[in-house]
Design a protein around this ligand. Structure first.
Ligand code: DOR
Ligand code: ZN
Length: 459
């Protein structure tokens, strides 16, 4: 009730602000006003959708609400009309205060989609790997593209294949695609060998920017012969798109991605047929850059970057990851590109588990753990930003289309059903081992109600 009231109060403020943009339509700075108005209308729509879903769950709340807004009156008069809630059109109510169209607003309460493909995943090794790997399927993911930053990193075809066999034994229903860690040991010959063995890509980490990146890249040009072999063999280059911090050059975690983008463009121009994925994009600049480049350049987007901004990780270790979440306008750009259904932007969760001690210690390790609930998190976020209809392409099709990869035989058409249900609370933690005391991993949105759950998986 309290939440509803504060939402309504906020909504009133927004409506007043919108009113004031209408009163100054003669102003010369029209484009700015129009933009502001558009943003306000969007915000208001999102608020109304939130309020409506609470009212639909319990229409009697309308009677207790002292705030008198036209759309609330309308709600109360229509509340009994359907079992799922009242029929109205939000835009028309917003514009006119009345529901003229009488269109039915269908509240989605269940979705069935193909199982998802996660094109950026850290499954670790040893006990952590044994805990995390079976959770890939629990999160609704059937195809997983695996990162090589183990200790020591996966640098050869033989190591990648041995790692793949371990993962397959732990999750036999999941199709795994492996990557090699870009380092001086990776030769054009090894690239050709890797391609024959079905290794899908090569991951490049700039030196020192994140977990296990001590042997990462300082200069990309020395790898051009390797990139050439990759282009010829059809291996994908997966770029961690940040440059190392450097106080003298005013480079820090907030601009490290944007400053990397010229490098992406340079490699693309040098190897236009090489498939390149800019991993875990966090900025509007990155979205704009990928959009502007050719069809061989794609971009993975994580669950958590669709949800977080800088304020959410400053002071909250479990939201700290690399690249860090940025400004609200950056998050908006990620949401907008997903909403637009652009086929070169697809799911790569970068789910990266760390023991709680490494997250909450004196220096927090970068990584957010989303694997056990990937599709429920996405359903929550896509519903909140008003594009549940875009979830399937983003999570199931676009990545696979870009990479040209398929599921292993017999696992091509597994489905997942998600149902909207309140009190679907994310577990507080996952024990790393059931036999030894190795601590726990805290998942993204621990203890929070995410409102969506998987009811049938892999059927
Ligand atoms: O947050 C992150 N965690 N970003 C990365 O690039 C690496 C990852 C990890 O391996 O922990
Ligand atoms: Zn990663």
């Amino acid at each position: 009730m309290k939440l509803l009231r504060s939402l309504l109060e906020e909504l009133e403020d927004l409506l007043l602000a919108l009113q004031s943009t209408r009163n100054v339509t003669g102003n010369k700075r029209m484009p700015n006003r129009r933009k502001k108005k558009k943003q306000l209308v969007l915000k208001i729509q999102m608020f109304i959708e939130k309020v409506l879903s609470r009212l639909i769950a319990d229409p009697s709340l309308v009677m207790h609400t002292a705030i008198n807004l036209p759309f609330l009156n309308l709600l109360s008069s229509n509340a009994e009309n359907t079992p799922e809630g009242p029929p109205w059109d939000i835009k028309s109510v917003l514009q006119t205060g009345k529901d003229k169209t009488k269109k039915t607003l269908s509240m989605t309460t269940s979705i069935t989609i193909p199982s998802a493909c996660d094109f950026h995943l850290h499954l670790r090794q040893d006990e952590m790997m044994r805990m995390v790997t079976p959770k890939v399927q629990e999160g609704g993911v059937s195809l997983a593209y695996i990162m090589p930053n183990l200790q020591p990193p996966i640098k050869t075809t033989a190591e990648a294949l041995a790692y793949k066999a371990e993962l397959e034994a732990l999750a036999p229903n999941v199709t795994f695609y492996m990557t090699l860690y870009l380092s001086p040991e990776l030769t054009p010959e090894e690239v050709r060998k890797a391609a024959k063995a079905g290794i899908a890509g090569v991951k490049s980490y700039p030196r020192g920017v994140t977990t296990n990146s001590e042997s990462g890249i300082e200069n990309y040009e020395v790898y051009y012969p390797v990139f050439k072999a990759m282009e010829e063999e059809g291996l994908v280059l997966n770029l961690h798109g940040e440059i190392p911090s450097d106080a003298e050059k005013d480079i820090c975690v907030m601009n490290a991605e944007e400053r990397f983008l010229p490098q992406l463009e340079k490699i693309h121009r040098a190897f236009p047929k090489l498939k390149i994925v800019l991993e875990h994009a966090t900025t509007k600049a990155a979205v704009d850059m990928v959009k502007s480049l050719g069809d061989t350049v794609g971009c993975s987007i994580t669950v958590h970057h669709l949800q977080l901004i800088v304020d959410d990780w400053a002071g909250q270790a479990h939201h700290f990851c690399k690249p860090v979440a940025k400004y609200p306008h950056d998050r908006d750009a990620l949401r907008d590109i997903v909403k637009s259904g652009h086929p070169r932007f697809f799911l790569g969760t970068d789910s990266a588990p760390h023991p709680i001690a490494a997250k909450e210690g004196p220096k927090s390790n970068a990584g957010v753990f989303t694997t056990p609930l990937v599709l429920p998190y996405l359903a929550k976020i896509f519903e909140e930003i008003g594009c549940l209809d875009k979830l399937e392409n983003f999570a199931c099709h676009y990545g696979r289309q870009f990479y040209g990869l398929s599921h292993k035989q017999g696992f091509e058409d597994k489905k997942v059903t998600l149902v909207k249900e309140s009190n679907t609370v994310v577990p507080a933690k996952f024990e790393i081992s059931s036999t030894e005391d190795l601590g726990v991993v805290v998942p993204f949105y621990a203890n929070k109600d995410i409102g969506w759950k998987i009811t049938s998986n892999f059927y």
